[in-house]
Design a protein around this ligand. Structure first.
Ligand code: NAI
Ligand code: MG
Length: 491
């Protein structure tokens, strides 16, 4: 993907701020709204409709109707794919505007939203558009005089609950496979970042995706989110967010045996062996943690460094941190913006305290930047041991923990010493060592001599408490289909 140097973008216009239900833009039934803020300045951007159960009920009815009786259900699969391509084209045509809206609502640097988030949105929708007419079953040679075949049918009405760290991209990861499979959608964007999702819904409408196929209900988790999860007419929930929330959802969804896919947190081990190309490894390890203000589910937050190169790696990361430009996310030179909100900002600083209390050394950072906005210095801890809270818990901020190792056999055990299992990485010139680690580490994604390489075609998801199921690729699509076996007597 070519990198674009974004112009200093003036503040984008906010256009959609209401619920989007059955093709209509409507206030919440209660009339309530909530504020969404720009985390760099703490200024209120606008008020957004605060949906809850009444709005979710309407949205689920619309999605059910569109699924059972709308043109979506009877449309040729290839035409469904064409509508998705149209949506991708419309997003691409507004990519600067959408990137700026993402930066306004989330605080991420404009260079990242313009070069990473939004291009990946377009790519994901195009990838899944290509799948729409390629979802096919098998013919199965069963015993006897029968014709047996399978059909892969859409799972139905899907509830999609997404977080704030990649707002537009998480919407695309969830809409792509759902639309390709022929499902209909009730989405709840995160309360911190509803704006790009609503804009994308407007573009879906413009693209000609029929009314009721995509419904968006902005609002809070325990109200709007819970109403989606508890609704008996929702067939599947796709959720990305915190483990504790996923457990609440899993319990509630048991009532109606909903299909579930979860993409949760991580405490991903990133291993630098002494034989690695250190310049490359350090740049990669820095990116692995500090990208997106550390707010990545797959952040390489436990950096294991072989003792022989430990000090050199720490010095180099400290140098990177000294040069890491923290500030106005609309400045194209900014590398790190604010944390998304006050709660996240406080959580990160709390973990800095835990790190100090538990005896780790804070080599860089550890403090707030400025006195306005939720900025945290790029923070680096050394002397971190496996039991410390900063080595166990997901911090979701710019706080890197360095753990020293010398024994390779111990390393795998230590890397796996976490309830999470989302991602892992290894930096080495020894191919055998890399593959041995890749086979043994309990993680859904392993990167070798790279980090955060995402592609819409490559499945992503977690082992252990990092999730259930996979997103992206064919595996991500399969989670939106039911397999039906049809057996016909030829006798
Ligand atoms: P969260 O899990 O509470 O929020 C994610 C989404 O779930 C939001 O749309 C929220 O409104 C919704 N939600 C919350 N409670 C719900 C409920 N009872 N029923 C249905 N939906 C509900 O995560 P939060 O509070 O924003 O962040 C807390 C921590 O979670 C972060 O510090 C980070 O450690 C982790 N996290 C992980 C993410 C990932 O990508 N895996 C993304 C966001 C947060
Ligand atoms: Mg929460």
């Amino acid at each position: 993907m070519a990198t674009v140097a974004p112009e200093r973008v003036s503040r984008p216009q906010v256009r959609q701020t209401t619920c989007f239900i059955d093709g209509k833009w409507i206030p919440s039934a209660s009339g309530k709204t909530f504020e969404t803020i720009h985390p760099a300045t703490e200024e209120v951007i606008c008020e957004v409709a605060e949906g809850d159960k009444a709005d979710v009920d309407l949205a689920v009815d619309a999605a059910r109707e569109a699924f059972e009786n709308g043109p979506w259900a009877t449309m040729d699969a290839r035409d469904r794919g064409q509508l998705m391509h149209k949506l991708a084209d419309l997003i691409e045509a507004e990519i600067d505007e959408l990137a700026a809206l993402e930066t306004l609502d989330n605080g991420k640097p404009i260079t990242d939203s313009r070069n990473a988030d939004l291009p990946l949105v377009v790519d994901c929708l195009r990838y899944y558009a290509g799948w729409a007419d390629k979802i096919q079953g098998d013919t199965i040679p069963i015993r006897g005089d029968y014709l047996c075949y399978t059909r892969r049918e859409p799972v139905g009405v899907v509830g999609q609950i997404i977080p704030w760290n990649f707002p537009a991209l998480m919407a695309a990861w969830k809409w792509g496979p759902a639309l390709a499979a022929g499902c209909t959608i009730v989405m709840k964007p995160a309360e911190q970042t509803p704006l790009t999702c609503l804009r994308m819904a407007r573009l879906a409408q413009k693209a000609g995706i029929p009314d009721g196929v995509i419904n968006v209900v902005p609002g809070y988790g325990p109200t709007a989110g819970a109403a989606i999860v508890e609704h008996p007419d929702v067939d599947k929930i796709a959720f990305t967010g915190e483990l504790a929330t996923a457990k609440i959802i899993q319990r509630a969804a048991a009532e109606s045996m909903k299909r579930l896919t979860f993409e949760l947190g991580g405490k991903s081990p990133n291993v630098i062996f002494a034989d690695a190309d250190l310049e490359h490894a350090v740049a990669g390890a820095h990116f692995a943690l500090y990208f997106n203000q550390g707010q990545c589910c797959c952040a390489g937050s436990r950096l294991f460094v072989e003792d022989k190169v430990h000090d050199e790696v720490v010095d180099r990361i400290a140098d990177w941190n000294a040069k890491h430009a923290v500030g106005d996310p609309f400045d194209p030179n900014t590398k790190q913006g604010p944390q998304v909100d006050q709660a996240q900002f406080e959580k990160v600083l709390q973990y800095v305290d835990y790190g100090r209390q538990d005896g780790a050394s804070c080599v860089t950072g550890g403090k707030r930047v400025g006195d306005q906005g939720y900025f945290v210095e790029p923070t680096l801890f050394t002397g971190v041991t496996d039991e410390m809270r900063i080595a166990q818990d997901e911090i979701f901020g710019p706080v890197l923990s360095v753990l020293k190792f010398s024994d390779v056999d111990e390393l795998v055990k230590r890397a796996n010493n976490t309830n999470f299992g989302l991602a892992a990485a290894v930096w080495t010139r020894d191919v055998a060592k890399a593959h041995r680690f890749a086979a043994k580490v309990r993680a859904g994604t392993v990167w070798v001599n790279c980090y955060d390489v995402f592609d819409a075609a490559a499945p992503f998801g977690g082992f252990k408490e990092s999730g259930i199921g996979r997103e992206l690729g064919e595996a991500g699509l399969a989670a939106y289909t039911e397999n039906k076996t049809v057996t016909l007597s030829l006798g």
